[in-house]
Design a protein around this ligand. Structure first.
Ligand code: COA
Length: 155
């Protein structure tokens, strides 16, 4: 998924290893969705000092995108991850936070469906022409919505 991100993850300071190290440093978790061929999607997150679940590295394998399957994989992954987190750390997380860029229309439609709202915007962020959108949602609201939307989907 490296080059699907703007800018590509490998072109940012420290490259992809820096992303993985950040997840470890923050005692975060990474969840992978897989089928018989291997991993098909992933997301990582950790809890910030403000008790917000900070999510990044969201994505599905390219050949699964654009058919609603990609969205379903992410919804199932997010639902499973948040439920597991809540079981282990009841009441700790109050919200969910992440960013994307304004031209990432499939991701934006998916986040809207899940009930996230844009709480901030930064133009020319990291590279010329990238407008970063800052998203937030209330933890229990999003968790409930995800549980309803993924009801009946396979694990
Ligand atoms: C972001 C990403 C996971 C989205 O997956 P996708 O397969 O491209 O998107 P989908 O086709 O599943 O979902 C997008 C659309 O389906 C809708 N959708 C998805 N699941 C749905 C459902 N169960 N019910 C109704 N609508 C649904 C979304 O609202 C959206 O609407 P549209 O029909 O107008 O396009 C994928 O594009 C990706 O991995 N991109 C590369 C990495 C990336 O950009 N990550 C995000 C960085 S923050």
């Amino acid at each position: 998924m490296d080059k699907d991100f703007i800018p590509a993850l490998s072109l940012r300071g420290g490259g992809i290893d820096a992303f993985i190290e950040t997840v470890f440093r923050n005692e975060g978790r990474t969840w992978l969705a897989r089928d018989e061929s291997g991993p098909v999607g992933s997301l990582s997150f950790w809890l910030t000092d403000e008790n917000m679940v900070y999510v990044w590295f969201i994505g599905v394998r390219a050949d699964l995108r654009g058919t609603l399957l990609g969205g379903r994989v992410i919804m199932q992954l997010m639902s499973t991850a948040l439920q597991a987190y809540e079981r282990e750390n009841p009441g700790d997380a109050v919200g969910i936070r992440f960013t994307t860029w304004e031209s990432n229309s499939a991701a934006i439609r998916l986040y809207r469906l899940l009930g996230f709202t844009v709480v901030g915007k930064k133009e020319n962020d990291m590279v010329e022409g990238r407008t970063t959108l800052f998203y937030e949602g209330e933890f229990s609201l999003i968790r409930g919505r995800l549980m309803r939307l993924t009801h009946g989907l396979c694990q």
